[in-house]
Design a protein around this ligand. Structure first.
Ligand code: PMV
Length: 321
């Protein structure tokens, strides 16, 4: 019996997180060096319409039907059955493995959904187009936090840099000159649901102030797009650092994230900011090519538990887009 395998990359948000939930643009890029892999195999010896779900990283090994209804993997499976019109299905085993750190702002949840949806749809004989994969993964994202913008599932399903606005057609981000980013993990897990809900409470209490902060972040995202498409990625640094200051103002930074940003800037980075939901998770750093090693060292000294270097290009899986 053949195995049906699909993989999905991690992601980081370059700028515009949180503001994107309120309709502002944001930029996100895939992180191809970390991936989630889903493998679906038929198990003809087992009764039809049964499924075993295994995800060793989260200690999961259970029957699909025993998972709670709102379990993200159970939801993935139900959504694919519905999409493919599958009432009955041959017994299968789904195994998920991942090198994407969990709850670290690298999109582990969305990558698990995208890889699972792709592999399972292929197993059922209905491979899905990328826009449907992204749309189904968006439904799963709603379980992680109630009001996702859709940026994570989109950048991960398309595996390309994107300029994203909620509820608007996807715009690809053309990276005219590739550049490197350091992704420094603070080691503090931070569920996005908490910071998104907190920001919403603050926005409800003072809409005028928060709308102004979100618009400033939107301006940064527009300016950053122009620099990336105009082939001047080094100029992004100051915009990133400004975006970090705005994220601090909306209350989603932390002393550790601030320390990582400050150390990076002091040690020669063009700019740095927290990325994603905030409070914990990652800081992204734009580094001159000849400072990468010394910045990795400085960030580690300052408390980063892991630093990933990723190359931002418009290539899809190594091909030019
Ligand atoms: O999944 P994270 O932590 O990278 O955050 C996603 C970005 C937010 O803007 C905070 C939420 C969203 O749905 O856009």
């Amino acid at each position: 019996m053949p195995a049906f395998t699909a993989t999905a990359p991690g992601k980081v948000i370059l700028c515009g997180e949180h503001a994107v939930v309120y309709g502002q643009p944001a930029l996100a890029v895939p992180v191809m060096g970390v991936r989630t892999r889903a493998v679906v195999r038929a198990e003809p010896q087992r009764p039809p319409s049964t499924a075993r779900i295994q995800a060793p990283q989260i200690d999961l090994d259970d029957e699909w039907a025993h998972l709670p209804e709102d379990h993200p993997l159970r939801r993935c499976v139900s959504l694919v059955f519905q999409e493919c019109g599958a009432r009955q299905f041959p017994a299968f085993r789904l195994r998920l493995t991942s090198t994407i750190p969990i709850a670290a702002g690298l999109g582990s949840g969305a990558a698990a959904a995208v890889a699972t949806i792709r592999a399972l749809a292929a197993f059922l004989g209905h491979p899905l187009p990328v826009e449907r994969v992204s749309a189904l993964a968006f439904e799963v994202e709603k379980l992680h936090h109630g009001t996702p913008s859709g940026i994570d599932n989109t950048v991960i399903a398309y595996a390309q840099p994107i300029y994203y606005r909620k509820d608007l057609p996807l715009e690809r981000l053309k990276v005219t000159r590739p550049f490197s980013l350091l992704i420094a993990d603070s080691g503090v897990p931070s569920p996005t649901a908490l910071t998104v809900a907190e920001v919403r409470r603050r926005w409800e209490a003072d809409k005028e102030k928060y709308e102004a902060l979100f618009s400033a972040m939107g301006e940064i995202a527009r300016a950053a797009r122009q620099l990336i498409e105009g082939g001047e990625p080094e100029q992004l640094g100051p915009l990133m650092t400004q975006n970090h200051a705005l994220l601090r103002e909306i209350g989603v930074s932390s002393p550790k994230l601030d320390r990582l940003v400050n150390v990076a800037c002091k040690m020669g980075a063009y700019g740095a900011k927290l990325s994603g939901g905030g409070r914990g998770g990652n800081v992204i750093v734009l580094s001159p090519e000849d400072q990468v090693e010394s910045l990795i060292f400085a960030l580690t000294e300052a408390g980063a538990v892991r630093v990933i270097v990723t190359r931002v290009t418009s290539a899809i899986g190594g091909r030019r887009a």
